[in-house]
Design a protein around this ligand. Structure first.
Ligand code: NAD
Length: 277
């Protein structure tokens, strides 16, 4: 099924594998990358959907990968759940401490992000939809008007009561100054990052743009996402119903691998420059 054009990740190569097996897998990986590059070259309206895997090579862990945040600490999921966050001040205090040390503050874009800037400059990128909250696509140089941060951004803060929004850096200064759970200075409400928590709704306009683009594209490229978070993952069947081709670049199996024209199992920061440069 999946591996008709892919290798399986290098993680699966253990020390006891025969050199000929390794050679065969590496050859298949090159074949998959070549097939994906040819598909990119022949497409004119490309939509890209990215997930946490694009940023792991920038030092930001994903959630569900082998070294993912939730894989290592199942409790961490509660920091992104609106029910837990509103109900439990201790969860909020811990969430603020996590935000202080979020690797996104020091991370820089990697060659995978840079390759998506190259794709935009080629004039064939219709829309870049990212589930990432780290802001690295825009920092790499993608035009903000062509990027939908469908799960929001950690770079802003928001009040859940009056919808006040402001720079996250200012609220983090208050945490550093001794407020463990800073409340809204306008209405006293609970403040969180301007990211979409589990139990919250996505912005309807962001969803409209993302699904319209998926329905119009001739190629959808899903990169570094487990495609397990809905409704965003539904962009895949939306694009397929409209006749678009599908490329998946991800280290692990996703629920849509069987529907893809090409699955590339390689490292994102190595594969994307070969697809888009
Ligand atoms: P996910 O954690 O569910 O899946 C990431 C996938 O990327 C995994 O299947 C993993 O195997 C793969 N991957 C990781 N590094 C890779 C690499 N270098 N090369 C190839 N594949 C690699 O992520 P998701 O699907 O984006 O969903 C998780 C949710 O978590 C999203 O809603 C997102 O908002 C949030 N999140 C964001 C960030 C970020 O902003 N950087 C980080 C963690 C989680």
């Amino acid at each position: 099924m999946v591996d008709r054009v892919s290798t399986g990740t290098n993680r699966s190569l253990d020390a006891v594998q025969q050199p000929c097996v390794r050679d065969r897998l590496e050859r298949m990986d090159l074949e998959a990358t070549g097939s994906a590059a040819a598909l990119v070259d022949s497409s004119r309206r490309i939509v890209v959907l990215t997930g946490a895997g694009v940023s792991t090579d920038s030092g930001i862990p994903d959630f569900r990968g082998p070294d993912g945040l939730w894989t290592r600490d199942p409790d961490a999921e509660k920091y992104s759940s609106i029910a837990y966050y509103l109900a439990d001040p201790e969860i909020r205090r811990r969430a603020w401490q996590h935000r202080l040390t979020n690797p996104a503050w020091t991370a820089t874009p990697n060659p995978g992000h840079d390759a998506l800037v190259d794709l935009e400059r080629s004039g064939r990128l219709e829309l870049l939809v990212t589930q990432n909250i780290d802001g690295l696509h825009v920092r790499a140089g993608n035009d903000p008007s062509g990027v939908v941060e469908v799960h929001g951004t950690i770079r802003s803060a928001r009040c859940v009561s009056c919808d006040w929004r402001g720079p996250m850096a200012d609220v983090l200064d208050r945490v550093r100054a001794g407020e463990p759970d800073p409340s809204c200075e306008v209405c006293g409400g609970v403040v969180k990052s301007a990211t979409v928590f589990f139990g919250e709704s996505l912005d309807p306009e962001d969803l409209r743009r993302s699904f319209d683009a998926a329905a119009r594209c001739d190629l959808l490229v899903c990169i570094g996402t487990s495609l397990q978070v809905y409704p965003v993952a539904d962009m895949v069947p939306t694009a397929l119903r409209s006749g678009a081709r599908l490329i998946i670049v991800n280290a692990e199996v996703t629920p849509y691998d069987d529907a893809a024209d090409v699955v590339v199992r390689g490292s994102i920061s190595e594969v994307l420059p070969k697809l888009f440069a």
